[in-house]
Design a protein around this ligand. Structure first.
Ligand code: SAH
Length: 340
């Protein structure tokens, strides 16, 4: 039995057609689920009882649940319990332009980035599309407001769970699903090259962010093991090609680690690496965690780094900080819960 929150409208249309029903039934079901938010097929009053029964046999409404919330003024962090008793987390950020949610894509993560809390807990399994959709729906229900943008930057490496993440994006992007515009969806990856190339062919208007974090292979090998498989000399040309083929600017994420990747030489090196590519660089102040030795760069260093990149002609921003005090940083809440 498949979970209904993980079914794309196109697949539901095929399901109805293969059962000899009209395909517009899929549209009706979507309206019940995503607009009227019903949680039972028996409440879908414009669907015949006989079809409701069949839907009941083939699809479930099994829900994940919120088990813990931590909040400050502009951030709410949610811990969810999945149906198999695994835990994941998502973070709501309240911006002046709307509500944004950072969703998890896997239970744990295998990428092993040395500075990242999520990587300390190895991947247990992929998240199903419905488990990603439900993170958003449960948060919308909790705050009684719409969520208008999504970043896939929670626990997990989305391109290591490609099929489910793509289904998820298609469901939330569907005008009859959660209707979140593609340009309001950002997928962040540590750089799984073959999947970036696959994504390029999907011709979606979503934003792609690459976690770069180092300006050369020597350093990147040390802090991001994925670089041993997909090194910068291969990754950078793939990013360039992606920007050219999709006509979309790519975001380069660079987490500022004190004494590791934040000196002036490294800023010049990063600028040279990215020269002539349609990217913008987002400098992220590192969120320190108690288990990991890395420290956040000083504000002075971040500003220096920023200025050099600017002067070298790059577009640069520094990330506005959310949730530092409520363990909102990258896997910290789940990490506490799993260890408890
Ligand atoms: N696996 C994907 C998405 C999840 S991580 C990726 O690597 O992009 C989301 C972003 O948060 C990545 O850029 C990651 O490197 C960064 N990150 C991890 N731990 C962090 C921390 N403690 N402080 C700030 N950023 C962190």
């Amino acid at each position: 039995m498949r979970n209904i929150y993980g079914i794309k409208r196109k697949d539901l249309e095929e399901y109805f057609l293969s059962n000899g029903d009209k395909k517009f039934k899929a549209l009706q079901v979507f309206e019940w689920i995503y607009e009227k938010k019903v949680t039972k097929f028996s409440e879908m009053t414009n669907i015949k009882k006989e079809i409701q029964d069949r839907l009941n046999n083939d699809f479930s409404f099994e829900r994940i649940e919120i088990v813990k919330k931590q909040e400050d003024k502009l951030t709410k962090k949610y811990l969810f319990k999945l149906c198999d008793d695994n835990y994941i987390e998502a973070v709501l950020m309240i911006h002046d332009y709307g509500n944004s949610v950072c969703v998890s894509s896997e239970v744990g993560c295998n990428m092993g980035c040395k500075f990242c809390e999520s990587g300390r807990l190895k991947k247990v399994r992929n998240l199903e599309a419905h488990e990603m959709v439900q993170q958003i729906m449960l948060i919308e229900a909790d705050i009684k407001e719409r969520v208008s943008s999504i970043v896939i930057m929670g626990i997990g490496e989305p391109l290591d769970n490609y099929g489910n993440v793509l289904d998820f994006i298609k469901i939330i992007n569907d005008a009859k699903g959660l209707a979140i515009g593609a340009r309001h969806i950002t997928l962040s990856t540590c750089g799984i090259i073959p999947k970036i190339q696959e994504l390029e062919k999907e011709e979606m208007q979503i934003n792609l962010a690459i976690s770069l974090h180092a300006p050369n292979n020597q350093l990147r090998n040390k802090i991001m093991p994925v670089n041993k498989a997909y090194s910068l000399d291969k990754l950078i040309p793939v990013i360039k090609e992606y920007t050219e083929k999709t006509n979309r600017r790519v975001t380069i994420e660079y987490v500022m680690l004190k004494g590791v990747n934040d000196n002036e030489t490294q800023a010049y090196e990063l600028a040279a690496l990215l020269k002539g590519i349609n990217v913008y660089v987002n400098l992220i102040p590192y969120n320190e965690t108690s288990h990991i030795d890395f420290k956040r760069s000083t504000e002075e260093n971040i500003i220096k780094f920023y200025d050099i990149l600017k002067k070298q002609g790059l577009t640069v921003t520094t990330r506005k900080e959310f949730g530092g005090k409520i363990d909102a940083a990258c896997g910290q809440l789940r990490s506490k819960e799993v260890e408890a």
